[in-house]
Ligand binder design. Structure first.
Ligand code: SAM
Length: 188
């Protein structure tokens, strides 16, 4: 079994939108405890790489794939820089980041949207052309503007609600396929 129920959400996103392939380099943001990393490692196989990032510790994952973990906060420029350095050219960026819930809906949604923005910015910095990006965001007024910005950078964007998300909350996933351009890195 997987170490999180979230694992089944990524499996469904992958089944429906074909995100993960053999040999891919995958960056997984908000990766603890590591369920998505387990799924990604299975799909990329021995030639692939999974880089997991979280504020929390991630226990080692048993896999043939190359696995790296970064302990960091993706709202910190230093952590984003570390991700850029470790990752190189990336095929897929996935983010399941979620804020600590206050129970005040608008605040939680705004924080979720901020994390989703950070994931999008990181995707633009590391993702190769042709690469894919999937990000969790809570429903609210910030979803449409993010979706529009994503549409400008990818061939298409779909809004998805995996079955395992339905009972739980107002979370949705924006799945963007086929990045149109390659990242421009200062210093390259
Ligand atoms: N996908 C994971 C899995 O399958 O095991 C579950 C992820 S959990 C729903 C959300 C994660 O986002 C938490 O582990 C939390 O620590 C992380 N997170 C929230 N804000 C973050 C931030 N600013 N930087 C990095 N990780 C963050």
């Amino acid at each position: 079994g997987y170490r999180s129920r979230s694992a089944f959400k990524l499996k469904q996103l992958d089944r429906e939108e074909n995100l993960l392939g053999q040999g891919d380099v995958v960056v997984d943001l908000g990766a603890a405890p590591g369920g998505w990393m387990e799924v990604a490692a299975e799909e990329v196989g021995a030639d692939g790489t999974v880089i997991g990032v979280d504020r929390q510790r991630i226990d080692d994952i048993e896999t043939d794939a190359t696995v790296e973990t970064i302990r960091g906060d993706m709202t910190d420029e230093d952590s984003r820089e570390q991700v850029r350095e470790v990752a190189g050219d990336v095929d897929v960026v996935i983010s399941d980041m979620a804020p600590n819930m206050t129970g005040e809906y608008n605040l939680d949604a705004a924080r979720s949207a901020h994390l989703a923005r950070m994931a999008f910015e990181t995707a633009l910095e590391v993702l190769d052309s042709g690469g894919d990006f999937a990000v969790k965001i809570f429903q609210g007024q910030d979803v449409d503007p993010l979706r529009e910005d994503m549409e400008a950078e990818f061939k298409y964007v779909r809004t998805m609600t995996p079955d395992a998300s339905r009972d739980e909350s107002s979370e949705i996933y924006l799945v963007a396929k086929d990045r149109l351009t390659a990242p421009v890195r200062v210093g390259d």
